[in-house]
Each structure stands twice: as C-alpha cells, then as structure tokens.
Design a protein. Sequence first.
Length: 348
Amino acid sequence: MRLGINLGYWGAGMDADNLAVAREADRLGYAVCWAAEAYGSDAATVLSWVAAQTERIDVGSAIFQIPARTPAMTAMTAATLDSLSGGRFRLGLGVSGPQVSEGWYGVRFDKPLARTREYVEIIRKAMSRERLSHEGENWTLPLPGGPGKPLKLTVHPVREHIPLYIAAIGPKNLEQTGEIADGALVVHFAPEHAALTVDPLRAGREKAGLTMEGFDLVPTVPLAIGDDPVALADHFRPYAALYIGGMGSRKQNFYNKLAQRMGYEKEAAEIQDKYLAGDKAGAAAAVPYDLIDSTCLLGPVERVADRMRAYAEVGVTTLTLSPAGFTLDERIASLRAGVAALERAGLA
C-alpha cells in the first residue's frame, strides 16, 4: 500500500504551507499529491506549480469537475500536465454536486452517470491521439453543418496511458467507475464497511471482463497523531458535519446517504437537520465518535499502524492522508508520522 497526500483547496493563506507539505511528501517518498477544486482555486494551476517544484511525487486532480470543462479541454490539460511533469500526472474526475454544477457553472445536474461515461469516452479518444469524432447525448464532435472537422491532439503525453480516476460514492457510480476507470477516489471510507465500496467496484470490473488486479482504490483519510483518539476526533467533527449535513441539498447529499448505508440513519438525519438550520456547532457535536474513528486515523503511531493494516486488508492500494494541524510544523510532523506508521505496519 502506497501513501498519498491531499492538499485540499488552495488559498486561505495556506499557499506557502501547502507547497512545503508537497515538497516534504516528495522527500519522504509519498506516491502522489492530490489537489482539489470547487469554486475557488482550480486544481490544474496548483498541480502545475507543485509539479514544477517537486521531483518524484505524482500530481493528481482530486478532482477536475466535469461541469467545469469540456472533455476535450480536460484531455488537453491532462496531456500538458503529464508532459510538463515528466509523466507524473494522474487524472481524477468527478461530477461535483448540484449546487456547484448549477449554481457556479450553469450546467444542469442531470444524468450524472451517463454524462461521466460519455466524458471519459471522449477523453480516452482524445488522449489516444486519434482524430476526435463523437456522437452522444451530451456532446457531438465535430458539430454538424459547420466548418468543424475531426482534429487530433498535438501534445504528446510522456505516457501512452495516463491513469484516470473517478470520485465515486453511490453504488451505481462505484460500479461504473470499476468498469471504465483505472482507480476510484473515495471519502469517508471505513474498513469495517469496505464492502459498500469494494463490492460495486468489483461488479463493474467484472462487467468489463477485468479483476481488481491493478485497480487503484484511493480513499482520502484524515490523520491526527496524539495520545487521545477521542480528543483528536474533535478536529474532524466540523469536517464530517459539513459533508454529512451541508453538502448538496437535503434530497441530494451523497455523503449523508453513505452515512445512512453505514448504519447511522438517525444520526445522519440529525446532523443534516441541525446543519441546514444553521446550527453548525450542534451538527458537529451530533457526529458519532465511532463514525469519525472508523473513517479517520487517530491516535499514536502504533494505533494508526493497526488501522493502516485494516485498510490494506480490504484492498486499499493508495492511502491518501489529509493531516490535521494548525501550523506547518504540525502538518509536517503528521506526514512523517504517516510514514513511520506505514513502516511499523509492515506495508512500506
């Protein structure tokens, strides 16, 4: 099992610290550094900056938002980043959510599975450097009746095949991800409930005539090192409440539905009710400790090592860490502790 680092969203005064974290992760041998985007910083610019100032670590989008770019533009960006980084780019895609898709990009959040499948199909065609033509429900290339003609990508990526990941939560999305992608980006992943994720992924792989061999299962897992796991869990209560209670709408919150599938139906409803009513502190307090503990890495290095073994045993291949810390020194210490835990677990 390899380690990754998730820088999250750029900005908010963290720019220099994030670069220092990426450089330290590179020095420590982390496999990949991911950057996110929502409606602030874009991931492509961040990744180009990180790639220019690191040597070995891969850089990956977690995620490029599908409503933000045409598929051909995403193919261009992926090919360019792979070329500039010397073959270190990983392409992560996701549909975002209805609030961002419709509120920020003006793109209807309808038929996300079909849109994702078509998007991936066009990207694969473009990056194979064949002349691009496509007739689908969402895109037609070239447009009929005009001057457009099938074009071929002029940039040569370093690798013939750039790894493509999809951010997936729901069962149908996970199954399709297993079928059409090289890896899955997942959150709120608990080894005790791994079947909720792994079973649909495996079903998708089987549909495509493939096995889980070579498929990269990549959960992002918050990390906090210390003696008291219960106290450390408080670091992540606002984070959990935001996703379970405030992401998307009351009817379309993928994270809330995941918490319900994990057995927290009553708690998920309470968190959402309080969050949407403006009681963010109450929502955070309502997040069960067991839910945080099962989806985070909390405690001393020995306890974190035990949890890392549990992730590896259920098929996780890249464990992406999101280290807690209010200062750069704290985040760097967490990065180093992550490596120490992986070595103690016998997984390095």
